[in-house]
Design a protein. Structure first.
Length: 88
């Protein structure tokens, strides 16, 4: 039976996945904005980083609810940072 305790390893793996998505989004934003990256663009990149975590976390909720919490934490962090950067 799997442990119900919090695992830093699982959180690090999910954060790594989210960072890889962010690197790809940043590269696309850099190319389409002709190299002009503003605070609002970075905020939009963070909002885009939250989307895969929300989708994957929703699917994980059906099959492995204990793993879903790590995607929820990552999505919450990305949404908070993205909205902060866009609104300030």
């Amino acid at each position: 039976m799997a442990s119900r305790t919090f695992s830093w390893k699982n959180l690090a793996l999910v954060l790594g996945l989210t960072i890889m998505v962010g690197v790809g989004e940043y590269a696309v934003a850099y190319q389409f904005n002709d190299g002009k990256i503003t605070q609002k663009v970075i905020g939009a990149v963070f909002l885009g980083m939250a989307l895969p975590s929300l989708l994957i976390g929703g699917v994980m909720r059906l099959f492995k609810p204990r793993v879903q919490r790590y995607f929820a934490i990552t999505a919450g962090l990305c949404l908070t940072i993205g909205l902060f950067l866009i609104l300030t």
